[in-house]
Design a protein around this ligand. Sequence first.
Ligand SMILES: [Zn+2]
Length: 298
Amino acid sequence: MKSDCLQRFIFDNAAIRGEWVSLQESWQEVLNRRDYPVAIRRVLGEMMGAAALLTETVKISGRLVLQIRSEGPVSLLMVECTSKHTLRAFAQWDGDAEIADDAGLQTMTGQGTMAITIEVEGAKKPYQGVVSVHGDSIAETLETYFAHSEQLATKIWLYANDHNVAGLFLQQLPSDESAKHAAEEDWSRVSQLAATITDDELLTLEVETLLHRLFHEEQVRLFEPTALQFACTCSRERVAETISMLGQQEAEDILDAEGGIEVACEFCNEHYHFDKVDVAEIFSETIPTEGDHPDTLH
Ligand SMILES: [Zn+2]
């Protein structure tokens, strides 16, 4: 079965667009890096599928970040998908809290809020949309977000287990006033057909088979797949930049207290170590000396 890819589709006889996503290796890359409780794995996987679906929807050059922050036992769930089709994800939770295997999103995140941030390359300010966690699922929360923010009817199905993530997305396209009635009928018919999907079908069927099974009386046009993969953008240089932003005094205080500065990337769990010599180098580099080009100092 095709995996780690996303496929868009449209209906020739209805103003509706769709997407299907399947993740396997990229999802394993996330799971291999931290030992998450079962319930967190499920939600984080669903968010990863959702981020991939949404990134394709907005068609940006840049990155889309989905995050849920809360006061509950799971304080942060974060997924990033870039327009280069790379994904990364992590969650933070209270290690002392008992998180039941079947704990739902509400239980884990209390009165959580989901933020959808879109950073477009070259744009000064990112776009950010915010929605409270609705129902007990990532899909329902996003459907509510689309209904409020874009006023476009949207249906999302997401499923994640320890091996795979799968998702299906349907959205009504904007239509003229004169075509509104027909568009509503189309949406009602197509979304009802899609609602017959089972988790098992979503997870195990090839996209062609799945679309045929759901929409065999419709004319569906499936586009070429887009490959997705796990990638982290952290680097020693970026960590050095962060240390330089702390300021020399604070960095030296940490050095004195800890003997070194340890930084672990939340996304990929890569550990970076900076000793006294490394830290001295960071701060000697931030003071331009004669002959240096300031733009090479970043
Ligand atoms: Zn990293």
